[in-house]
Ligand binder design. Structure first.
Ligand code: SF4
Ligand code: ZN
Ligand code: ZN
Length: 302
């Protein structure tokens, strides 16, 4: 029988990559300390700043929100209703119930009211759905957080997400994406600071935290995530992880430590304009969301 290395009681969790056996209480404490460690390591935010957590109803974002509140951070939630049938309805109800349990505010935006729901947009725009959805989520997160006076937006991206994106960006040598792959994107050019406090925590670890804390989260995936290549990369990396525990964390951490600084030597920051329609930052004259809205108006004849 494995014993918790902290208290000697029966261990409920064994983390091979950290060679750690922990009981429930000490796992919860370990998880929260690890979140705090990343916040400090990357100087993400302080206890004096107002933080907006992007909440999807999934295990990562809800675990992150709870851990931040328990650690004493001033963290509220932000939910974007994508209008994806039952999936959105369920995740919305779960997010609302969780905000009540935490006794923190949940701000919400409905894409159907702002633009169109994701399934409707899909009828008029044949670009990959996740890329349109990602653009819209980033846009509203930035705009709403600024409008409501938050200094930072925190997202629940975990180590599995980050290492899969890093793997894909490396396979394709997407240097511009690699340059932006850091767990903190600073506040600049009217972009609010964006942080990923779970960047060194695996999907399994955040799921365990959610289960042990009794957090109710939506288990089903968004229907549009099916067939995404990132799932293949995640599966591949997880197989490697089984053979060599800790390899994901090493791949990601060593990129940040050794490669990321090299990519920024002699770099000039791109000049950004303000969108002539909505005022949000853009490289062109009109931002991608206003462009999308114009295109949808033309196609839908509205
Ligand atoms: Fe949006 Fe794609 Fe994520 Fe679904 S899977 S929420 S469509 S980005
Ligand atoms: Zn213990
Ligand atoms: Zn715009």
């Amino acid at each position: 029988m494995r014993k918790c290395i902290k208290c000697g009681e029966k261990a409920q969790i064994y983390l091979p990559q950290h060679r750690l056996s922990l009981c429930k209480t000490h796992y919860i404490e370990w998880f929260e300390n690890r979140v705090e460690k990343s916040i400090k390591e990357f100087q993400m935010f302080s206890k004096k700043e107002k933080i907006l957590v992007a909440v999807s109803g999934g295990k990562d974002s809800l675990s992150l929100w709870q851990a931040l509140v328990k650690l004493g951070y001033d963290a509220d939630g932000f939910y974007i209703d994508l209008g994806i049938g039952d999936y959105s309805k369920k995740s919305f109800n779960i997010s609302i119930a969780f905000s009540e349990k935490l006794d923190r505010t949940l701000h919400t935006v409905s894409l159907e009211d702002e633009v169109m729901s994701i399934p409707q947009i899909k009828n008029y725009d044949n670009r990959p759905t996740c890329s349109i959805c990602g653009t819209l989520k980033r846009y509203y997160m930035n705009k709403v957080a600024k409008h409501l006076g938050y200094r930072v937006v925190a997202t629940g991206h975990n180590l599995d997400d980050e290492s899969a994106v890093l793997f894909s960006n490396t396979l394709n040598w997407s240097v511009d994406y690699l340059k932006r792959q850091y767990p903190v994107l600073p506040e600049e050019n009217s972009f609010i600071r964006k942080v990923k406090p779970l960047c060194k925590i695996s999907e399994k670890e955040s799921a365990m935290y959610a289960v042990l804390c009794g957090i109710e989260y939506i288990e089903e995936e968004c229907p549009f995530s099916e067939g995404a290549t990132s799932i293949d990369y995640k599966t591949f990396l997880s197989r490697l992880e089984e053979k060599s525990p800790g390899i994901k964390l090493r791949f990601y951490s060593e990129f940040l430590r050794k490669m990321y600084p090299i990519l920024h030597i002699g770099e000039e920051k791109p000049h950004l304009n303000r969108c002539s329609i909505c005022g949000e930052p853009t490289t062109g004259e009109i931002c991608s969301v206003c462009n999308l809205k114009n295109k949808l108006k033309l196609k839908a004849g509205g």
